[in-house]
Design a protein around this ligand. Sequence first.
Ligand code: PLP
Length: 377
Amino acid sequence: MKVNFNRISVSGNELPNIQKAIESGHLQGDGAFTKICEKALREITKAPAALLTTSGTSSLDMAALLLDLKEGDEFIVPTYTFVSSVNSFVLRGAKPVFCDINPDTLNIDETKIESLVTDRTKLIVPVHYAGVGCEMDSINSVAKKHGLRVVEDAAQGIEAYYRGRHLGTIGDLGALSFHGTKNVTAGECGAVLVNDESLIERANFIREKGTNRIQFIEGKIDKYTWVDYGSSYIPSELVSAFLAAQLEISKELTRARVAAWDKYYARLSALEKRGVIKLAKVPEHCEHNAHIFFLTTESSETTKALAAHLKGRDIAALSHYAPLHACPMAKKLGVGNVSLPVAEKLSQTMLRLPIYSSITLDELDYVCEGVESFFKS
Ligand SMILES: Cc1ncc(COP(=O)(O)O)c(C=O)c1O
């Protein structure tokens, strides 16, 4: 048996939707399928505005423009994340201040954020790793105390909740991703959730290349013009058509993933009891979406050997991020000279197991047997 790391699931309406988009003759963005996706996202998330974008990265780029980040500003971000959580703000000249993570969730350690605030700090960027919510109450209270904005990187957070609120709707802005590796996908696509309603109008300008075209489309003005910064953040209708079909089954996809995650957890808990691995600890107030199933071992050598053992059985098990403060670009920017021991260790000792909504019981058994057989020897 061969178990891939990821496999996409389709609802069956993807191709018919694309056909309809072609027949409509409207392939540029903001056609009928973009509107369907945005409505579905407002219903799922309850965000006041959900604007479809070309990617999670574009959504973060838009957030950086909307919040007027500039040279000399600082933002606090976990070191254990994807580059876009940082690059979008670095592109505006802002300086990342890296924070360590919580070993139970690999999310930003909220207890360490306040000590990193300076008079230059403008923003906190919590990243909801694996679709498990960061401790947003603490994060928002630090932000409020110091007058900071909060942009949630909820790239992995579709159909996941913190205290009943959808990830990405708790800070000022949230970024979702529908990249090919995500639970709900259109290959490359994303959305920005605008929770601070005073930002919605400018978000529409920035998304449409810095123009007020939306007001022209709505019949409010005769001619659209250049009114703001902006870029090309609107996805093609072909992409939206695919995503619309995926969003129809997002709850089903999530349920199946969570069922697979629960099976892994129940079975591998025996190894945790023996003390040879550790599993994630999802806080009770977080309803996660099973985006990632990870375990950690006591050393990087053990994790590497386990990954090789699984590979020998045709099971794809992968590590994840290199802590950003230790990457070449952090050195170039002069922001890498910090010690963040939890992320440094866990990045070496964690391993992700294959998970997707269509994973079969046989595949799950095979992966679990692979992990168990490694710890037998
Ligand atoms: C935490 C995180 N942030 C940002 C992104 C960027 O999203 P995208 O690939 O849609 O640009 C991703 C996904 O790749 C991610 O996992």
